[in-house]
Design a protein around this ligand. Structure first.
Ligand SMILES: NC(=O)c1ccc[n+]([C@@H]2O[C@H](COP(=O)([O-])OP(=O)(O)OC[C@H]3O[C@@H](n4cnc5c(N)ncnc54)[C@H](OP(=O)(O)O)[C@@H]3O)[C@@H](O)[C@H]2O)c1
Length: 131
């Protein structure tokens, strides 16, 4: 069983997922778009089971990779590097921020859109409520 979860996105949801994972005894490698040095404070709060890395390092660290980043950025994810991983899709579609015709027309769900891009990964939709 995997001991380390890679996390791409270190905002509200990424931080919450990291806290839950660390509290459950997992190691986490958190990444974001600006670089590992920008989340030093979050890593310090999470303690010794957490470290910061690049997106590539977060992907390489675990068999499970969580995606708490805006859906609009899904095409920036490196499909080749995520191949073979279980990917937890934590994105939501907010058309007021970003539009996608296939989603607007209900031709695909947002997770099917992510899965089509991450063709070699197993994408699992996360359902959560941070309220
Ligand atoms: N907030 C909620 O209550 C909630 C609940 C359920 C689901 N969601 C969904 O969860 C996702 C994240 O929400 P959030 O509230 O956590 O957003 P957020 O606080 O804005 O955090 C987004 C994170 O994604 C990172 N990111 C963006 N593009 C990236 C890229 N190409 N590569 C690596 N990292 C990237 C950002 O990095 P930088 O900081 O470096 O820009 C940031 O760390 C969204 O899809 C949202 O719809 C949110």
């Amino acid at each position: 069983m995997t001991q380390t979860i890679g996390i791409i996105g270190s905002g509200l949801v990424g931080g919450a997922v990291a806290r839950l994972a660390v509290d459950a005894g997992y190691r986490v490698v958190l990444s974001n778009s600006r670089g590992p040095e920008t989340i030093a404070h979050l890593i310090a709060e999470l303690g010794p089971l957490a470290r910061a890395g690049t997106v590539d390092e977060a992907i390489a660290a675990g068999d499970i990779v969580a995606l708490p980043l805006p859906l609009a950025n899904f095409e920036a994810l490196p499909a080749d590097k995520l191949a073979g991983k279980v990917v937890i899709d934590q994105t939501n579609y907010y058309p007021e921020f970003w539009r996608n015709t296939e989603l607007d027309n209900a031709e695909l769900t947002s997770s099917e859109l992510v899965q089509r891009h991450l063709r070699g990964s197993l994408v699992v939709k996360a359902l959560h409520n941070l309220d």
